[in-house]
Design a protein around this ligand. Structure first.
Ligand code: GLN
Ligand code: ZN
Length: 757
């Protein structure tokens, strides 16, 4: 019999119950018992749902009130000493203190979970870090499942991944040195789970998908040898995902564990390497239903792959999603208003588990038992492939006509720079902002009323125009050189454009956890992209009509549109990026036509698009840069193209950044005190650059002197003639009074420095 299982279920709840309960708890509107009751209710609901869908092994330990890595920190008793936990068990207060900070301690750092949009809490280690079981939560949850008659497969993050993803807060030791102390605690945990009747533990080691050096790989051998030393249950399934691990196939096959899970969605080609000489007595779990996207699987094709694997593995074949379904919305049934045709192409978590269960049945009872479903799946697939909704010949034609000339500006930067200077007449160290101004409660209310139909089209337009006018007045008063319209009409930088492009649909409840209680609803890009009409021109033109100063048009770039959406799986991502780029190129042309002289194309997600393995970086950078160039280079020399990225770690991709050839790039540098700008200096970055001098993430208003110092530092690294002065990022989360004060000081700093140059 083939076994079906799930690597993890989205915990936030179909109605975002966990989010609501958490936020109510943080506001003290509910107490800890009420919060725990909601959490228990969700776990129960999800276990029963998965069991009823026919999943043989349902996961426990995949639930977290905030984050799964933070859960491990609690379970392993690894609370950083700065929280003064003094060896106490991690209760709710301490748990949330680590996640969110306290009056005296900043929160633990948060960072992206591999190449997903999920963020985990980074473990903090020093040479004194010690481990012991620090929370009974996992065991309680296993007991809850058992009380429901479910023997769960328990999910743990593996010791290597836990250490690798943490950070050392002192430099006197290596994280890997902690392994020896860590393993006994893992052994205790496993023993305790075994005593509760747990038969299988899934140990996630996603770091195996990264480029690991020999030391860490040696750690892997050491870890699992020790964990399995006693030879007693539970059995271990070592799970990898997000990339191929076939470079480690021999090592993994020899590891003393009871089974492996591999991702066949991201890396379908690795199957044969694993099947070849796969050790008898070990389970191989195939992650064949995509946990990272929303499309219905091609069950016929999947079934034939599984059948082939079954002929080698027999009962040792397990079937699963590629990774935890954490990264997928919960249930497609919650989308009654979604276009029926498009809906028939989709599968969210519940539907994906159903697919897995069907595949399991086919493997166990023979293909005939699921023939109907296979036929239906093939039909849906076929219908999708042939749907006119997906294929827009106009777009295909344009892509074909794309030439080398379209992929770069007509003249090199030096020529453009001279023309832009002549046109724009900006002072040295020109001042600007990144785009958004405060999204006030009034703006949000107006948008909500407009969406509900309580506010008419014209009224909404007027309300937003008033906001633009306000933003322009304030910027003139502040004395900025290049103004923006302030983005009041935008809810979200991807959604705003997605809503106006053909080829995108939006869900009502397709929430995916981003971090803690925060969820996002990524739009679904399903078809060829087409821009039926200008998307931003009216707003920018209106803003420009209010001032003599140049107003910067504001667009979202192709890579960010791609990264923050669920994208089609029926063509390469590079192709989709190019289509988005063409739509943006048209918008850029229309803005130029309307007399706008400065246009910014934001690419905050450019870096996060980098593949997990370095060997794939060049390929990604090639098409990502090309997409940006297609989007940005249809303009005349004197039109100035800006881009913005909200980080500044560029040292390893600077050639690509320079290749994007934006006339100006603005980045975040204030928190690193300009240190990260050094890389640009060493590289002799050729174009203009605006290193952020004001940290917009903090409510603190910087002093003129501080910003002046940062600018002076910047001048040591970059030729002042190349420098711009701006904040780190957009100001939409801030309030007007602080923004005005901070920007006035920023302008003052620029003026002071100018006088000296
Ligand atoms: N123009 C956007 C803003 O200012 C950029 C947002 C971002 O960098 N994420 O809000
Ligand atoms: Zn930003």
């Amino acid at each position: 019999m083939a076994t079906t299982h799930n690597l993890g279920f989205p915990r936030i709840g179909a109605g975002r119950e966990l989010k609501k309960a958490l936020e109510a708890y943080w506001r003290s509107d509910i107490n800890d018992e009420q919060l725990e009751a909601t959490a228990a209710e969700l776990r129960k609901r999800h276990w029963i749902l998965q069991r009823d869908l026919g999943i043989d092994l349902v996961p426990a330990g995949d639930f977290a009130l905030y984050d799964q890595m933070l859960n491990m920190t609690a379970l392993l008793g690894a609370t950083p000493s700065r929280f003064n936990a003094g060896g106490h068990n991690v209760g709710l207060d301490l748990y949330f203190a680590m996640a969110r900070g306290t009056a005296t301690q900043p929160a633990m750092e948060m960072t992206k979970w591999f190449d997903t949009n999920y963020h985990y809490i980074v473990p903090e280690f020093d040479s004194h870090t010690s481990f012991r079981i620090g929370s009974p939560r996992l065991f309680n949850e296993v007991a809850e499942a058992r009380a429901l008659g479910i023997v769960p497969k328990v999910v743990l993050i593996g010791p290597l991944t836990y250490l690798y993803l943490g950070k050392a807060t002192t430099s006197d030791f290596n994280r890997l040195d902690l392994l020896a102390d860590l393993l006994p605690v893992y052994r205790d945990i496993l023993a305790r789970l075994a005593s509760m009747g747990v038969e299988w533990v899934q140990i996630d080691e996603p770091v195996l998908a990264l480029d690991l050096d020999e030391k860490w790989l040696g750690g892997l051998d050491q870890a699992y040898t020790i964990l399995k030393e006693t030879g007693t249950p539970p059995k271990l399934l070592l799970a990898t995902y997000f990339e191929a691990v076939d470079n480690h196939a021999t090592r993994l096959k020899n590891l003393p564990v009871d089974g492996l899970h591999i991702d066949l969605c991201r890396a379908p080609d690795q199957l044969d390497t694993f099947l070849d000489g796969y050790p008898a007595g070990k389970v191989l779990s195939l992650g064949i239903i995509d946990g990272r996207n929303v499309w219905r699987a091609d069950l016929t094709q999947v079934f034939s792959i599984l059948s082939r694997a079954q002929s080698v593995l027999g009962e040792r074949l397990w079937v699963a999603p590629s990774c935890s379904l954490l990264h997928c919305p919960v249930d497609l049934e919650l989308e009654p208003r979604l276009d029926e045709e498009i809906k028939s192409w989709l599968a969210f978590s519940a539907q994906k588990l159903n697919e897995i269960s069907i595949l399991g049945r086919g493997l166990n009872e023979g293909e005939n038992a699921i023939r109907e479903t296979l036929i239906a799946s093939a039909k849906a697939r076929q219908a999708r492939a042939e749907s006119p909704r997906i294929h827009r010949p106009v777009m295909q034609e344009r892509l074909k006509r794309l030439t080398q000339d379209d992929i770069g500006r007509t003249n090199p930067f030096s020529v453009r720079q001279a023309r832009q200077r002549e046109r724009l007449q900006l002072p040295l160290l020109p001042t600007t902002t990144i785009g958004s101004f405060p999204q006030t409660p009034e703006i949000r209310q107006a948008r909500a009323a407009f969406k509900k139909g309580e506010l008419g089209n014209l009224q909404y337009l007027e309300a937003m125009r008033d906001e633009i006018q306000l933003a322009i007045r304030k910027q003139e008063e502040i004395g900025l050189d290049v103004l923006v319209h302030g983005e009041p009409e935008r809810n979200d930088m991807v959604e705003y454009f997605g809503e106006q492009l053909w080829g995108y649909v939006f869900t009502e409840n397709g929430w995916v956890q981003s971090y803690g209680s925060r969820c996002v609803k990524p739009p679904i890009l399903y078809g060829d992209i087409f821009r039926p009409e200008p998307m931003t021109v009216d707003w920018i033109q209106y803003a420009q009509s209010l001032t003599e100063k140049p107003v910067k048009g504001m667009l979202t770039g192709p890579i960010t549109m791609l990264m923050w959406s669920f994208v089609r799986d029926d063509q390469p991502r590079s192709h989709t990026a190019l289509q988005l780029a063409l739509a943006i190129r048209d918008e850029v042309a229309d803005l130029e036509q309307a007399g706008i002289g400065v246009i910014q194309i934001d690419e905050p997600a450019f870096r996060e698009g980098l593949p997990l393995k370095k060997r794939d970086w060049n390929e990604y950078l090639r098409w990502a840069v090309e997409a940006f160039r297609v989007a940005s280079s249809g303009v005349r020399d004197e039109t100035q193209i800006h881009t913005h990225m909200c980080y500044s770690e560029f040292h390893d991709i600077l050639p690509a950044i320079a290749d994007m050839d934006a006339d100006v790039i603005t980045i975040e540098t204030s928190r690193s005190r300009m240190e990260l700008l050094d890389a640009f200096g060493h590289f002799k970055y050729p174009n203009e650059i605006g290193p952020g001098v004001y940290d917009i993430h903090s409510p603190r208003i910087p002093q003129t002197r501080e910003m002046l110092e940062l600018l002076e530092k910047a001048c040591l690294v970059i030729n002042p003639a190349q420098l711009w002065v701006n904040p780190d990022c957009g100001l939409k989360t801030r309030g007007w009074p602080e923004v005005v004060t901070a920007l006035k000081r920023m302008v003052e700093a620029a003026v002071l420095l100018r006088a000296r140059l």
